[in-house]
Design a protein around this ligand. Structure first.
Ligand code: HAM
Length: 484
C-alpha cells in the first residue's frame, strides 16, 4: 500500500504575549503538585436544582405561564447585571437589600454594577428606556428569573433564588391591584396550596410623612426596649422599624400607631375599593397594619402571600424543612412614583414577586403531609432491547415516538432483559416494549402488560397507534388530575 505523507502545516509562531505562561491560579496548583485534587462544593447560600425536584419546578412554571396567558401578561426578560444606581434609587438606601445584601462589584471598565436583587426596578428601567410609556397602556408583563441577595442562608432563604414576577405599568385603578392579587392567589390555588393574603395601604408620601412623625415620637419614647438596628432606624429609615423581626422589638411594634389611621380620604377610599374587589373574588385576606414591605418604592396597596398550612417543626439544619410561617411566599404592591424617580414620565404601576424556592418547599411539604400527588413526568413505557442490532433499532423507534406525548424510559447499559425488567418494575411503568434480534428481523416488537404479564407481538409500524390506544386512559387521568 502506498504510503501518503500527511501534509503538515508550518507551526505558527506563538503570539508574543503567550511566551511566558501565566501563573496558575492557586487552586490549580493542587492538581499540578500531584496531591489529591481539590473537590468543589457550592458557595454558601447557593443551591443546585436537581432532577428529583423537576416536577415541582415544572408545576410552578406551568402555573405561572398559564396565568400569564389567561390574564394577558407578555413575557419580559432583563439582564442579571444592571448599574448599581438603579437599585439604590428604587429599592432605597436604608433597606436591607441595598445596605446589606446587594452583590456589587466593579466591572472591567471601572463602572459599578450589581447582580439584580429584584426584577421590578429593571422592568421599569426597560419601560422607560424603550419608550413603552408612548404605547397603549397598561404594559402588563411577567418574568421568571434568578435574583441575588447576600442574605443569611436558611431554609427557603438563599443568596441566589428565583422569582416569578408580574407587573402592570401605566394604570392606577383598584381593579389593577385586585387583578394582581388574584393572579398571585390563583398561582397557589392552581397548585392546590392554600394561602392567604396579608394586606395594608401605605398611602401617599404625604400620608406617610405625617405618620412617620408620629411613629418616630412613639419609638423614641421606647428606645431603651429596642434592638441596636431599630435604634438606628429611628433616624435612618423609621418605616423599617415595622419590618423588624427581633423578638425584643415585637411588643413595641404591636402597640405602635397604625398607618391606616393617617391616610387621607382619597387613599382610604382607594384601599377600600381594592378590598371590595377581594371580597367579590372571595380571596381570603388579613388586614396587616404593620405590613410595610422591605423596599422603598411602594405607595398605597402593599400585600404579602402566606401559606396557611400548619407548620411542621423544621428539621434541624435541613434544607428540606418548610420555610418558616414568618417568611412570605410572595409580596408586592403599588409603586406609582418609581417611573418618575428613575427619570421617566409619570406611570403609576403595581406588581408582585413570588419566591420559587419557597413555593417549592411549601408545595412539597403540603403534598407530603396531605398525600397530594404532584404530576410528575413519570414514564409510561419502558423500552427494553437485547443485542446491538436491537439497540440501534430501539434508538430509531424511540426517536420516532418524539412529540407523541408518550414518555419513554430506557437504559442501554443494563444488559440482560432481567435487569431491564427489574428497572421497569421499579419505575412502575404499566407497559414494557421488548426488542430482540428476531423482532428486528421481523419488523415486530413485543408489548408486555406489566400488571398481567401478558405479552403480544405487534408490527413496529403500529407501535405508536397501539401504545396510544393502551395509554388512552392514562392520558385521560393525567389531564384530569393535573394540578396545573
Ligand atoms: P420581595 O418581597 O423582596 O419583593 O421578594 C419577593 C419574594 O421573593 C419573597 O416573598 C420571597 O418569597 C422571595 N425571596 C426574597 N428573598 C429571598 C431569598 N433570599 N431566598 C429565597 N427567596 C427569597 C420583591 O422583590 C418585589 N420586586 C416584588 C414586587 C414586584 N413588588 C412590585 N412588583
Amino acid at each position: 500500500m502506498k504510503k501518503t505523507k500527511m501534509k503538515t502545516s508550518k507551526p505558527s509562531k506563538a503570539p508574543k504575549a503567550d511566551k511566558k505562561p501565566a501563573p496558575a491560579p492557586a487552586d490549580l496548583n493542587v492538581a499540578v503538585s500531584g496531591k489529591p485534587k481539590k473537590t468543589y462544593a457550592l458557595i454558601r447560600g447557593m443551591h443546585d436544582i436537581l432532577p428529583k425536584d423537576e416536577k415541582y419546578w415544572k408545576a410552578l412554571y406551568h402555573a405561572a405561564e398559564k396565568l400569564a396567558e389567561h390574564f394577558q401578561y407578555g413575557r419580559i426578560d432583563t439582564p442579571i447585571l444592571e448599574e448599581v444606581g438603579l437599585f439604590i434609587r428604587s429599592v432605597g438606601r436604608g433597606t436591607d437589600i441595598v445596605d446589606k445584601e446587594m452583590y456589587v462589584f466593579e466591572d472591567r471598565d471601572g463602572s459599578k454594577v450589581a447582580l439584580r436583587p429584584e426584577p421590578t426596578a429593571s422592568i421599569m428601567r426597560a419601560y422607560i428606556q424603550h419608550g413603552i410609556w408612548n404605547m397603549p397602556q397598561p404594559f402588563k408583563v411577567w418574568t421568571w428569573a434568578p435574583m441575588f441577595r447576600h442574605d443569611r442562608p436558611q431554609a427557603g432563604r438563599y443568596r441566589q433564588f428565583h422569582q416569578v414576577d408580574f407587573e402592570t405599568i401605566g394604570a392606577k385603578d383598584p381593579a389593577v391591584d385586585a387583578e394582581l392579587i388574584l393572579v398571585a392567589y390563583n398561582f397557589f390555588q392552581d397548585l392546590g396550596l392554600p394561602v392567604e393574603i396579608h394586606i395594608n395601604s401605605l398611602g401617599t408620601p404625604e400620608d406617610r410623612e405625617r405618620y412617620i412623625a408620629e411613629l418616630v415620637t412613639y419609638y423614641r419614647s421606647k428606645r431603651s426596649y429596642l434592638c441596636e438596628d431599630c435604634r438606628q432606624r429611628i433616624t435612618k429609615n423609621p418605616l423599617r422599624l415595622l419590618d423588624c423581626k427581633e423578638p425584643q422589638c415585637q411588643p413595641v411594634k404591636e402597640a405602635a400607631p397604625q398607618l391606616i389611621d393617617w391616610l387621607e380620604e382619597s387613599s382610604k377610599s382607594f384601599f377600600m375599593k381594592v378590598l371590595e374587589y377581594l371580597d367579590e373574588l372571595s380571596i381570603p385576606y388579613i388586614l396587616s397594619p404593620y405590613l410595610v414591605r422591605g423596599l422603598d418604592y411602594y405607595t398605597h396597596t402593599v400585600f404579602e402571600v402566606y401559606t396557611v398550612v400548619p407548620e411542621m417543626p423544621p428539621k434541624e439544619g435541613s434544607a428540606q424543612a418548610p420555610p418558616s410561617a414568618q417568611s412570605a411566599l410572595g409580596g408586592g404592591g403599588r409603586y406609582d412614583l418609581l417611573a418618575e424617580d428613575l427619570g421617566g414620565k409619570p406611570a403609576p404601576a403595581a406588581g408582585f414577586g413570588i419566591g420559587i424556592e419557597r413555593a417549592v418547599l411549601a408545595l412539597k411539604h403540603y403534598a407530603e403531609t396531605n398525600k397530594v400527588k404532584v404530576p410528575s413526568p413519570a414514564p409510561h413505557i419502558f423500552f427494553a432491547e437485547l443485542g446491538d442490532d436491537a439497540k440501534r433499532r430501539a434508538l430509531r423507534l424511540i426517536n420516532q415516538l418524539r412529540g407523541t406525548g408518550i414518555r419513554l424510559a430506557f437504559n442501554f447499559l443494563k444488559g440482560s432483559l432481567k435487569n431491564q425488567l427489574e428497572l421497569a418494575n421499579n419505575l412502575k411503568v404499566p407497559y414494557v416494549v421488548i426488542l430482540g434480534q428476531k423482532e428486528v428481523q421481523d419488523e415486530t416488537i413485543i408489548l408486555r402488560d406489566m400488571e398481567s404479564g401478558v405479552q403480544e407481538i405487534i408490527d413496529q409500524k403500529k407501535l405508536e397507534a397501539t401504545l396510544k390506544k393502551k395509554l388512552a386512559s392514562a392520558f385521560e387521568t393525567e389531564s384530569v388530575s393535573a394540578v396545573v
